[in-house]
Design a protein around this ligand. Structure first.
Ligand code: NAD
Length: 248
């Protein structure tokens, strides 16, 4: 079926049900200039996650990990929401969308105006002290501090308030995500490869509870042949632009 027809069908489904939950990953922010982790432009091409992204490495050698963080956040802190973020925010405002469950840490859903955002992997717009738990906004000035920014109270290394490999996901966010996946009629997966667990499990749960799975991705993901009912192949910004014309 051609893409335009598929998008129109999805818009009709959304109009009928109005019980949509979105599940977003790095792909939705690529058009905002933030590279995904996987793929040729991905951060993992440059930094081996085994070497840089584990909490044990950060605790042992924060200066090393801050090299990667500086690279990553110098882009992420100045990024702006794109059409996909903005249309999702509009869908919530107009009563189509119940919430967004995001694996992203860039804060772009909130900046686009979304109110109900469940952050599974934290929020990189803040820095946290692992010693005294002080939490401060992550400012561009922090990127200039060598070898890394420290807590003003206890002088320990600050860490972006995001979940590193080896750290548990915030329990409250995970519980909310499962409750939403259980109760929605349409589960809208956007720009995720579906390989980062435990978050990647949530779409399977939504499907098992009867949700229709709509997926937006530039390429087939680990969900496409197993779960997806409607696959909208393309850039998230372009697909949401078209979808919005049928919805609003
Ligand atoms: P991923 O890097 O594993 O996969 C990205 C997916 O997005 C791929 O399936 C790719 O085909 C798709 N994609 C790329 N460009 C797209 C576009 N323009 N439109 C639609 N789809 C597009 O990302 P992931 O599955 O989210 O897992 C990586 C983890 O890394 C996440 O859990 C997240 O916490 C973190 N991460 C976050 C950011 C961010 O906050 N923006 C960026 C990179 C990584």
């Amino acid at each position: 079926m051609d893409l335009e027809k598929l998008i129109r069908e999805v818009a009709e489904e959304i109009n009928k049900n109005k019980e949509v939950v979105a599940f977003t990953g790095a792909g939705i922010s690529v058009e905002s200039g933030i590279p995904a982790f996987r793929g040729s432009q991905g951060l993992w091409e440059k930094y081996d996650p085994e070497e840089y992204a584990y909490i044990s490495v950060f605790l042992r050698n924060p200066a090393k990990v801050w090299k990667m963080l500086r690279d990553m956040f110098s882009i992420a802190l100045q990024a702006k929401p794109n059409t996909a973020h903005l249309v999702l925010a509009e869908m919530e405002k107009k009563g189509y969308l119940k919430a967004i469950i995001t694996q992203n840490v860039d804060g772009l859903h909130q900046e686009a105006g979304s109110q109900k955002v469940i952050e599974l992997h934290g929020n990189g717009r803040f820095l946290v002290c692992l010693s005294c738990h002080n939490r401060v906004p992550f400012l561009r000035e922090h990127l200039e501090i060598e070898p890394y920014p420290v807590c003003q109270t206890c002088q320990k290394a600050l860490k972006p308030d995001v979940v590193f490999f080896g750290e548990p996901l915030p329990e409250e966010a995970l519980n909310s995500a499962y409750a939403l996946a259980k109760s929605c009629k349409i589960f809208l997966i956007v720009g995720t490869s579906g390989v980062v667990y435990p978050a990647a499990q949530i779409p399977y749960y939504a499907k098992s509870k009867g949700a229709t799975i709509v997926e937006v991705n530039l390429w087939e993901s680990s969900y496409t042949y197993k779960l997806t009912d409607f696959f909208l192949k393309g850039k998230a910004g372009e697909i949401f632009d078209k979808l919005s014309k049928y919805l609003f």
